[in-house]
Design a protein around this ligand. Structure first.
Ligand code: KE4
Length: 429
């Protein structure tokens, strides 16, 4: 595969941009080699500067539920841009977007738009602290909630991939209020709650983890978490930046049947443009400035272009709930193809899937938390990644991520992926 133009661009990029990328997970640091520079996306494909075409399972790390450049989002953007790009004043589209989110996610009574998932999660924790008057909060090892200081403690995704789950630059003062629990271990929560009585403002969790690879919650874990939060008056925050509108129209909370107090969103909600949102109980959200004292702001929050793309995406979901049946069929087909391949090479690698987010771990043990996820052979994953790339399949350049199936991945795409998966395993094992 010729990647000479990407290589030249990467050398250029490294002169001006840290690591040559604007987000660490895009570098191929954990899998080796140099990142490819993409010129365009269309449907399920991405094309790089050297003309190589790939079936894309990153989907911009989650936003592209409908593949690249779906016509209805493109049309919405072209219409919006006719009126200008940003006003710094309220627009009707922001009301329509907020109302639509409250319709799709019933636990959300009020919502504030922001510009990224990180802004959404950091604002949600601040809202919980302002509402309860408490300072500490609990996160889970391996969950990733963006790069706000107090989240970068044993964080997942790029922080874990690059081996810095606890980042330099995060002060001990900031870290002191972050308490760490083990995913799927309710006793770790009980211990923290007992040791920090009436001091915990919030528990934030990825209700289906996607940043240590895909790890679902087991048994009644979330139900018990909900009960503890009720009893202890702790704000339960579901970080649905990845799962929101991905696993169901109402997100993970719809399929799991648990109502959080606050939810955070990103990715799909922007239709490919920078959008995040946090929302939930009115009594908490009314504490947010200017209706309440908890300050939160953003120059481009609710930006007309981003709202038009995001509204087009969510409105399409509202009008076509059948897409989740379609996504499940495609995802089952792919998972079954992968499992057949694993059988044929005599490997029982862990494969975790929820809806159209899936991950194959290079470990034959069950993966249900951070500790079991990090048992994966990341060197082997790196070899696998490059074998798949050579065969035209673009996966996450990191073991601790999810692959995303879209509504536009065709049967041919899936069959090509399954064949490449088999050949890649046979090559590296
Ligand atoms: P952003 O600030 O990157 O928009 O969102 C942060 C975030 C918050 N919560 C969850 C559950 C997330 O998955 C994310 C971001 N996910 C990573 C991929 N695992 C974004 C990719 C990147 O860092 O470039």
């Amino acid at each position: 595969m010729n990647t000479s133009k990407s290589k030249a661009l990467f050398e250029q990029a490294k002169k001006f941009i840290p690591g040559g990328v604007n987000s660490p997970v895009r570098s191929f640091k954990s899998v080796g080699g140099d990142p490819l520079f993409i010129t365009r996306g269309e449907g399920s494909k991405m094309i790089d500067v050297d003309g190589n075409k790939f079936i894309d399972y990153i989907g911009s790390w989650g936003p592209h539920l409908f593949g690249h450049n779906p016509p209805f989002i493109k049309e919405a953007l072209l219409n919006a841009i006719e009126n200008g790009t940003s006003f710094g004043a309220p627009t009707e589209m922001e009301i329509k977007m907020a109302e639509l989110i409250t319709q799709l996610v019933p636990s959300v009574e009020m919502v504030r738009m922001v510009n990224s998932g990180t802004e959404a999660t950091m604002s949600a924790v601040r809202a919980a602290r302002g509402f309860t008057g408490r300072e500490k909060f609990i996160k889970f090892e391996g969950c990733y909630h963006g790069h706000a200081d107090y989240f970068l403690i044993k964080a997942g995704s790029g922080a874990l991939t690059l081996g810095v789950p606890t980042s330099p630059g995060v002060t001990s003062g900031n870290a002191a209020d972050t308490l760490l629990a083990d995913y799927n271990d309710i006793n770790s929560i009980k211990r923290l709650v007992a040791a920090n009585k009436n001091e915990i403002a919030a528990i934030i969790i990825e209700p289906i983890a996607g940043n240590m690879g895909v790890v679902a919650t087991t048994d009644d874990f979330l139900k018990e978490l909900r009960t503890i939060c009720n009893e202890e008056k702790i704000v339960l925050i579901f970080d649905e930046v990845m799962t929101g509108f991905r696993v169901a129209a109402g997100g993970a909370q719809e399929i799991l049947g648990i109502k959080p107090d606050l939810s955070t969103f990103g990715k799909i909600i922007g239709g490919g443009l920078p959008v995040g949102a946090f929302g939930g109980k009115r009594e908490i959200m009314e504490k947010i400035a200017p209706s309440g004292p908890v300050y939160q702001a953003g120059t481009l929050s609710g930006n007309p272009l981003a709202m038009s793309a995001g509204y087009a995406a969510l409105n399409h979901i509202k009008k076509h709930p059948e897409i989740y049946i379609q996504l499940e069929k495609k995802s089952v087909y792919l998972e079954e193809g992968f499992r057949k391949n694993l059988n044929s090479v005599g490997k029982n690698y862990a494969m975790n899937r929820v809806g159209s987010m899936m991950c194959m771990f290079f470990t034959e043990e069950k993966v249900d938390d951070f500790k079991s996820a990090v048992e994966s052979d990341t060197v082997l994953y790196g070899k696998f990644f490059h074998e798949m790339l050579r065969r035209g399949i673009y996966l996450a350049p990191a073991q601790f991520e999810a692959m995303f199936i879209s509504t536009v991945h065709s049967k041919e795409d899936l069959d090509q992926t399954i064949d490449a998966h088999k050949e890649s395993l046979e090559t590296i094992l």
